[in-house]
Write a protein that binds this ligand. Structure first.
Ligand code: NDP
Length: 295
């Protein structure tokens, strides 16, 4: 199949790399050198613009920071709308927001393009291994069409419901991830201060009822080891929390715990900066308490 992939960031790159051996792949990236390096490594064609990427593609996939970034690629002489052809399948793997996703769909409708939101979870390692969870919002027929394409990098591909429900699912998931990260930062530093060794604390937690993906996987692999790899920007996690909070407000639901977590992630983003990794709020908790989670 002729597939165009736009957005070769931390997660987009390994997702596109899974598509390259299976399909005739074209890539586009805002910073062209990254697309050139990817194209030569994976035998893909480098497009000169979003329009050039979309022209002739049966499937177009975007993976950018926000839905607004995807929207910004539509217009202009070199925009996607100028290149997309009737019948093309357009999958947006951005962790986006439902309102902008629906707006993008409205812009695409006159062209006869099938559109779905398809955000992913499972991290950069999951993308490289082809084990991502993909949360798809859109028409059931579009979901069926998308399945074989998404299976290149997705293991569990779930139809969440109508357009935008993939975004909603992803936003709540990542808000809960953020809650866990913040809670582990506070809880583990407290245990270290109370005299428990960090490794024993984590191992005991993981054999008890307070465990989570963060305690079972991320803390042992990245914090206890002191590796602190940079795979997912805190700025993007905070963006997801903001989408979740906006959704709760629109639904008229009170969520004092999640509001607080969103505020703490916002504050952490301000302190740690746009390039910080999503686990660095734990480092912040360490430096505030003077207790190191290492061992
Ligand atoms: P990165 O910040 O690593 O990369 C962002 C990509 O988008 C880059 O290719 C960048 O281009 C491009 N980009 C940014 N702004 C624009 C714009 N205005 N117009 C065109 N291109 C733009 O992000 P990730 O790859 O980590 O994340 C992408 C999406 O996937 C986000 O929505 C994120 O929340 C989600 N996600 C990320 C995961 C991860 O583990 N990293 C896991 C699951 C979901 P350039 O190279 O020029 O900067």
């Amino acid at each position: 199949m002729k597939i165009a992939f736009l957005g070769l960031g931390a997660i987009g790159r390994p997702m596109a790399a899974r598509l390259a051996p299976l399909h005739q792949l074209t890539v586009w990236n805002r910073t062209a050198e990254r697309a050139a390096a990817f194209a030569s490594e994976h035998g893909a064609r480098q497009a000169s613009s979003p329009r050039d990427a979309a022209a002739g593609a049966e499937v177009v996939i975007t993976c950018l920071p926000t839905s607004a970034d995807v929207l910004s690629l539509l217009d202009g002489p070199d925009g996607l709308l100028a290149g997309l052809e009737r019948g093309t399948l357009f999958l947006d793997c951005t962790s986006g927001d439902a309102a902008t996703t629906r707006h993008i769909a409205e812009r695409l409708a006159p062209l006869g393009v099938d559109f779905a939101d398809a955000p992913v979870s499972g991290g950069t390692n999951g993308a490289a291994a082809g084990t991502l969870t993909v949360m798809v919002g859109g028409d059931p027929a579009v979901f069926e069409r998308a399945m074989p394409v998404l299976s290149a990098f997705g293991k569990r591909i779930v139809h969440m419901g109508s357009l935008g429900t993939g975004d909603s699912m992803k936003a709540v998931n990542n808000m809960l991830l953020g809650v866990n990260i913040l809670a582990l930062g506070e809880g583990l530093t407290a245990l270290v201060k109370a005299g428990v060794s960090p490794r024993v604390a984590v191992e005991t937690l993981n054999a008890s009822s307070g465990r989570s993906f963060v305690s079972e996987s991320l803390i042992p692999d990245r914090v206890l080891t002191g590796a602190w790899p940079n795979t997912f920007r805190l700025a993007l996690l905070e963006k997801d929390a903001g989408i979740c909070l906006q959704m709760l407000r629109e639904l008229g639901l009170p969520a004092p715990l999640l509001e607080r977590a969103g505020a703490l992630l916002h504050e952490a983003r301000g302190i740690l900066g746009e390039g910080a990794d999503y686990l660095e709020p734990i480092w912040l908790a360490e430096s505030r308490s003077g207790a190191e989670i290492r061992g």
